[in-house]
Structures are given as structure tokens and as C-alpha cells.
Write a protein that binds this ligand. Structure first.
Ligand code: HSE
Length: 337
């Protein structure tokens, strides 16, 4: 059986979850693609540290050049943060290596550079795990929804904030306590400010816009409000009116009618061209399709002029759900090599 050699940059929550899935399901995976995934290297900052996740016999290295100069065919970037992740991905793509990433911050900040590097080198850059964790939303947008003209994409795009808002509402827990538990469960970013201030959701919205509207907007240019100012009283008050507060990321054609309204009116969207986009907490009632998307789950609603409304739902954060999307991308590339 042919070996496909890969390197994983990072062995934290997402890198670890990816290794765990490869470890648990290796035989099944090999049978499915008729190839064996061999993890040759894992890039870590401390090669001596005891590891919480499987290392699959890989060589642990703190030297990216060693990976760049090796014969690995796929580089899996799960370091998080914009740099050095973006430079590593660009170097790998320019060296003719395929890249899989879960790193929405790096991708959203450098989308034009990275996609150009992949195109110029004739290699794949896949990033399913960067939006919606384990939900195969990007594959759907780039796959069977591709013939649609989209008028709106809107969703709960951050698991940590949804988890915090849910637990504050259902268990009346204090904000700081729930945030701590989201960190322990591996949902939150290294610096959770990115979650609670809507930065992470803006990164994901930037990626969704690039795919749905062929329009790249740098995440810093997406107007955003986070949830750090929301109090237990705000949540209780929404609850007393039968509502929930959700952090939504939305991009839509300016003249399009909102998803919660009559789908017939989506035809108006064909006449619209300008896009409006924002991340903000919104109070929604049970008539809204995202009302029951709770805890670390994400929900992504898409309106296309042919398909009308599509809603995708699943775990948006956590080592295994996110690792699931990473492994899926690795296999897509491996199968075609
Ligand atoms: N911190 C992110 C979240 C991780 O909570 O959604 C998944 O992208």
C-alpha cells in the first residue's frame, strides 16, 4: 500500500485531535483510500514535553526548515495565530506541498496571498476546519451548492461564545466561570479575546464571504461587536421574552430579504450587488432557525437562488470535531495524489 507522508505543524487541541482520529481510525482510513497516511513530522515548540495526544511515531521537531526540505507531500498547519503560520503555509505551497489548515486567523488575514501561492504551484490549499469546526460547510459551498448565486450567509460561527451564552442562560453561571470551562474543553482560542470580541467569528465570516460572494474582505474591515459586555441580566431579560442572545456573523446582498422572511423574496437578491456584513450579538426568538443551536454547536444558514435555504449544524469547536474536518481534507488530497 502506498504511503502518503504528511507533517503536522502544531500538537495542541486541533493537532492533537487530528492525531487522535488518525490513530483511532487508521485501518478504516487506509481501507477507504487504499493508501496509508504516514505522519513523518510534528512541529512542536518543545520536543521534550510529555504529550497528551498520540504522536503516531512521528519525529518531533522544532525546526520548520526540516519539514520544508523533507519529502512530505502534505503540510497540515494547525498552529493557530497569523504568524509564523501564514509564512509556513506560503513556503510549503511554494515548495509544491499541499496544505491543509484549520487556522482561520491566518487564512482570513492572508487569503489572497495563500490562494495565489497554491494556484501558482498547482497544489491544494484546503481549509474545511477553519469555519464551523466539524461541519462540512465549505465543502458544500464549493461542491453541490456551487451553481447557486448566494444572497446571504449567516450563522453562529464561534463555539466558545455560544457555549458561554448558553450556559449563562440555562444555568445562570457567571461569565468568567463558563469561559474557564470553555478553555478547559479546548473550545477557546489561545487568547480568548478573539472569541469573546467577535474576532474569530469575523475571520470565519471573511472566509465564507470569499467563497460565497467571491469577495475578499480583510477581517479587520468587518464591523464587529462581541459578547464581553453582555450581562446575566441581559440574558435573563431576553429569556423572559422567550428569546436568546446569539453572536451572529452575517453577510448578505444589501437588497436581499433576510433569511427568516419569505423565501420567495430572495428573487429580489438577484438585482442586488452590494454586500453588507457584520458580526454582532442578536436577540432571536424561537421562530429563528438558529434558536436551538446551543453550547459549542455552530449553525450556518445559506440562501442560494436555486436551492433557497440550507442550514448546516454541528460541533463548531473542540479537538475531535475540528480534527474530523482536518482529517477529511488530508484524505481528499491523499486520495488524489
Ligand atoms: N475558538 C473557536 C470557537 C474554535 O470557539 O469556535 C473553533 O474555530
Amino acid at each position: 500500500m502506498e504511503n502518503i507522508k504528511i507533517a503536522i505543524l502544531g500538537h495542541g487541541n486541533v493537532g492533537g485531535g487530528t492525531c487522535e482520529i488518525l490513530s483511532q481510525n487508521m485501518q478504516l482510513i487506509s481501507e477507504r483510500i487504499d493508501k496509508k497516511i504516514l505522519v513523518s513530522y510534528i512541529l512542536v515548540s518543545d520536543t521534550k514535553k510529555t504529550r497528551k495526544w498520540p504522536t503516531l511515531g512521528a519525529k518531533l521537531t522544532d525546526n520548520f526548515e526540516e519539514i520544508l526540505n523533507s519529502d512530505v507531500q502534505i503540510v497540515v498547519e494547525v498552529l493557530g495565530g497569523i504568524e509564523p503560520a501564514s509564512s509556513y503555509m506560503e513556503d510549503a505551497l511554494k515548495t509544491g506541498k499541499h496544505v491543509v489548515t484549520a487556522n482561520k486567523a491566518a487564512l482570513a488575514a492572508n487569503y489572497p496571498i495563500l490562494t495565489k501561492a497554491a494556484k501558482d504551484s498547482g497544489v491544494s490549499l484546503l481549509f474545511e476546519a477553519s469555519v464551523g469546526g466539524g461541519i462540512p460547510a465549505l465543502s458544500a459551498i464549493l461542491g453541490n451548492l456551487r451553481g447557486n448565486r448566494f444572497s446571504e450567509v449567516s450563522g453562529i460561527l464561534n463555539g466558545t461564545t455560544n457555549y458561554i451564552l448558553t450556559k449563562m442562560g440555562s444555568e445562570a453561571l457567571a461569565y468568567d466561570d463558563v469561559l474557564k470551562s470553555a478553555q478547559e474543553l479546548g473550545f477557546a482560542e489561545a487568547d480568548p479575546t478573539a472569541d469573546v470580541e467577535g474576532i474569530d467569528a469575523a475571520n470565519k465570516l471573511s472566509i465564507l464571504m470569499a467563497l460565497c460572494f467571491d469577495k475578499y474582505v480583510h477581517p479587520d474591515d468587518i464591523p464587529r461587536k462581541g459578547i464581553s459586555h453582555i450581562t446575566l441580566d441581559d440574558i435573563k431579560s431576553a429569556k423572559s421574552q422567550g428569546k436568546k442572545i446569539k453572536l451572529l456573523g452575517t453577510a448578505r446582498l444589501k437588497d436581499a430579504i433576510h433569511l427568516s422572511q419569505n423565501a420567495e423574496n430572495a428573487k429580489l437578491a438577484d438585482k442586488a450587488s452590494e454586500i453588507e456584513y457584520f458580526v454582532e450579538p442578536v436577540s432571536i426568538d424561537d421562530s429563528h432557525p438558529l434558536f436551538n443551536v446551543d453550547n459549542e454547536y455552530n449553525g450556518i444558514l445559506i440562501r442560494g437562488n436555486a436551492v433557497e435555504d440550507v442550514m448546516m449544524y454541528g460541533k463548531g469547536a473542540g479537538p475531535l470535531p475540528t480534527g474530523s474536518a482536518v482529517v477529511g481534507d488530508i484524505l481528499k488530497i491523499a486520495e488524489n495524489l
